[in-house]
Design a protein around this ligand. Structure first.
Ligand code: SAM
Length: 352
């Protein structure tokens, strides 16, 4: 941290600005959200606490659809957590958001991004959040014990933010919007709680990688049948489920958003759609930033399929007979269509 950053940070703390203000649901007065909760100075309303976390969910029954126990292993959180905050800081600085910043993180899960946020001086005050108490418990364990003024954990619904207008310099979410059936509301809420000059950054899938997993699994089913082999029923079940998944998703997407509640990875996003959404939500602009890929395209698809086999408790050795399919995906598809350096994940940067 530079001497200047340090001074601003100290000033914030001294003036009590190192926590964010929420609107009291009972009398609409502003009150400071503290890690241990807080209460309204006007009407005396106290923030409810669930499993040690301030609980501002509109419905305490709201929870995640994800498997919390297997989440970290399935998503390589131990590796990612060392890099993510640096990416978000760089993007925010490029968007002209000077530090130190007051950040709201949405859908923080087990702390994949939070781990780095509370270690980077640029992020002076971090209010991190999720809808799931189990995830916040894992997050607390992961981030350790940062100074109390740096981190506040809160349970909330990303579609109904409790913060007052203009409370934060930035709103961040890594891999959350595509889990929300009504993600447009999240983006609109993010705009409301940002101060002028602030920015929201959401890291999201920008391509339906599951369509490629479906194609590969459909091919494997056909190859096995043509070779006259019969796979164990569990493996056949997984292959068929993945092969049929794209059709299922597309039907849901086009027809019925209500049904999306039961599907984990609901969307992938185009810049064109986000541009339209940014305008409707009152942002000045949105751009998409991508990072260089860390894995060849075909390998990424293989890893996705392996994850599904693992989750189903099925052996995935069979996939090694089909190395050529994954290699072809990289060399015969991704390369020629200009996607050799493409990551199917992008960061949407919304500027106020
Ligand atoms: C794919 S995980 C991402 C977690 C973390 N950001 C990461 O990068 O590992 C999506 C997260 O969104 C949370 N979530 C789902 N619905 C939510 C909602 N309505 N409001 C807030 N968080 C929600 C889930 O509990 C989960 O932690």
């Amino acid at each position: 941290m530079s001497a200047g950053d340090d001074q601003v940070s100290r000033k914030r703390r001294d003036s009590g600005l190192s926590s964010l203000e929420i609107r009291c649901p009972s009398c609409a007065a502003g009150l400071r959200l503290l890690d241990e909760g807080g209460h309204c100075g006007s009407c005396g309303w106290s923030i409810p606490i669930t499993e040690g976390f301030a609980d501002l969910r509109p419905d305490p029954g709201l929870d995640t659809l994800l498997d919390v126990e297997s989440y970290d292993a399935d998503h390589q959180v131990d590796t990612q957590m060392h890099q993510l905050a640096g990416i978000y800081e760089r993007i925010l600085r490029n968007a002209g958001v000077e530090g130190p910043v007051r950040a709201i993180e949405l859908g923080a899960g087990s702390g994949n991004l939070t781990y780095g946020l509370v270690r980077a001086p640029y992020f002076d005050t971090v209010v991190t959040s999720d809808v799931s108490p189990s995830f916040l418990r894992l997050l607390r364990r992961r981030v350790g014990d940062p100074p109390a003024h740096r981190l506040t954990c809160v349970l909330l619904d990303a579609n109904r933010l409790p913060f007052v207008d203009g409370a934060a310099d930035c709103v961040l979410g890594h891999s959350i919007l595509h889990h929300l059936a009504e993600f447009e509301r999240t983006v609109t809420e993010a705009r409301r709680v940002l101060r002028p000059g602030g920015a929201a950054v959401f890291g999201e899938p920008v391509m339906d990688v599951h369509a490629f997993s479906s194609m590969i699994c459909a091919n494997i089913i056909d190859f096995e049948a043509a070779a006259g082999r019969t796979l164990p029923p569990g493996q056949t079940r997984v292959l068929k489920a993945v092969a049929g998944r794209s059709q299922l998703k597309t039907a849901h997407l086009l027809a019925d958003r209500g049904s999306l509640g039961a599907i984990e990875d609901k969307f992938w996003f185009s810049l064109a759609y986000m541009r339209d959404l940014a305008r409707k939500a009152g942002f000045q602009s949105v751009e998409m930033v991508t990072e260089p890929p860390d894995t060849a395209f075909g390998e990424r698809i293989r890893n996705t399929i392996i994850r599904i086999f693992r989750r189903a408790g099925e052996d995935h050795d069979l996939l090694s007979n089909y190395d050529f399919l994954f290699e072809n995906l990289t060399t015969a598809y991704a390369g020629p269509v200009g996607m050799a350096d493409f990551t199917p994940f992008g960061y949407f940067v919304f500027r106020t």
